[in-house]
Each structure stands twice: as structure tokens, then as C-alpha cells.
Design a protein around this ligand. Structure first.
Ligand SMILES: [Zn+2]
Length: 230
């Protein structure tokens, strides 16, 4: 009897500790990979740069013992991965935040800077006057989606503030777009275009370890600020 009580006590305390130390699950999605190199210019391959920045972010977070964040990369090597499978990784782990990394390209070579995209979702939701239970379910679903979209916007705004704090001259823009990976993931999400490879000076910069590290640090700082604001 005594041992049964002890087992129950241990079960209870173990569960409580597990609850307390439940990590914040972050899924980082390095855009493209494998045969899909993404935007390309000379030796610059979007799929390589996104993976390098993602790995730098992972290293930064994992070496920070103050942060209870579990980092999962949708791909850890240069392999092909469908958009559906990227979403599946985030959904399977019930991630708290999903970040997809990309590099931009434009016909206009003078365009530069970072861009942050958040999901279109149902941010402009209007409350219809209906009573039916199915309609109520839809409203609950829409409100959840509304909340995720609002949180996504909040994270993007934190990102923009952090990037501006770098004192960089290059512009930063927050946009909304129904990109598959941020639209189909059910948690707060962002798609970050880390710069324009069609801009020669920005492309050169993005190839450097220093710039990749700076971008990784800025995004990680934003993740910490976002997590602490919850
Ligand atoms: Zn891309």
C-alpha cells in the first residue's frame, strides 16, 4: 500500500515537472533544397543560404541554456522536401512557432532588404449573426485562426523592430501572402525573405558568414522577445 502511494506520488511529481519544463517548440524551415535550389545567382543558391542561417539559429538557441526551446529543422541537409511535408513536420510536433526562410529575387536589381510575410488567414473576420451549432463551430475555428494570424503579425512586427535596431539602411517590409507553408500551418508563423540576391551587393553580403550570423541572431532575438511576450 505504501509503495502504491509512493508510485502515485512519483507519477504525480514527474508529470508536474514535465508540465513545468514543457519546451517551446520552434520549427525552422530552410526554404527549397535538393533539386529545388530556389533563387540562384553565380555561386549563390537560395537553398544553401537558408540552410546555413537555419543551422546558425539552431546553434544559437541550443547553446543558450536560459531558453527552454526545442528547435526542429524541416530539413538538416541539402535534400528535396515538399511543401506539404514541411507543414507536416510543424503539425506533427504541434509547434508554437513556424519560421520559413527564403531569399528574394527581383527584376529590378536595385531592390534590397528583408521582407516578412504573415498568413492571410481570416484576419478580417466579421461576426455573422447566426445561431446554428455548425455556424458556432465555424466561428470558433475562425477565431482560432484569427488568433494565430494576429500572433503571426505580432511576431513579424517584433522581427521588423529588431532588424531596424541593427541600424541598417535597407528597408524592411511586412506583407501578407497566402504562401503555402505559412497558410497551411495552424500555429503562428512567418516567412522571412532574408534579402535580395538580385541585388549584387546584398547577394555578396548574404554569402558571408558574418551577415548570415547577424541575420540568425536577429531572428533568434525576435523569437525570444515573442516567446517572452506570450
Ligand atoms: Zn524561396
Amino acid at each position: 500500500m505504501r509503495s502504491a502511494v509512493l508510485v502515485l506520488f512519483l507519477l504525480f511529481t514527474t508529470q508536474t515537472q514535465a508540465e513545468v519544463s514543457k519546451p517551446f517548440i520552434l520549427v525552422i524551415d530552410p526554404g527549397h533544397g535538393g533539386i529545388d535550389v530556389g533563387a540562384i545567382r553565380g555561386i549563390f543558391k537560395e537553398s544553401d543560404i537558408t540552410l546555413k542561417v537555419a543551422q546558425k539559429m539552431q546553434n544559437l538557441i541550443q547553446s543558450d541554456l536560459n531558453q527552454n526551446i526545442e528547435v526542429i529543422l524541416t530539413r538538416e541537409t541539402n535534400k528535396s522536401l515538399t511543401l506539404e511535408n514541411r507543414v507536416k513536420v510543424a503539425e506533427a510536433r504541434n509547434a508554437n512557432l513556424f519560421i520559413s526562410l527564403h531569399a528574394n529575387s527581383s527584376q529590378a536589381s536595385y531592390v534590397s532588404g528583408m521582407e516578412f510575410y504573415f498568413k492571410k488567414g481570416v484576419y478580417d473576420i466579421k461576426m455573422p449573426a447566426i445561431e446554428a451549432s455548425t455556424a458556432v463551430k465555424k466561428i470558433v475555428g475562425d477565431l482560432t485562426s484569427f488568433g494565430q494570424t494576429r500572433q503571426s503579425l505580432k511576431f513579424n512586427q517584433i522581427l521588423q523592430t529588431q532588424v531596424k535596431a541593427l541600424g541598417s539602411d535597407s528597408k524592411t517590409v511586412i506583407k501578407r501572402a497566402p504562401f503555402f507553408v505559412i497558410e497551411k500551418t495552424s500555429m503562428p508563423s512567418a516567412l522571412i525573405e532574408i534579402g535580395y540576391i538580385s541585388n549584387i551587393s546584398e547577394a555578396k553580403l548574404l554569402l558571408t558568414d558574418e551577415r548570415q550570423q547577424e541575420i540568425a541572431e536577429t531572428i533568434v532575438k525576435s523569437i525570444y522577445a515573442y516567446k517572452n511576450s506570450l
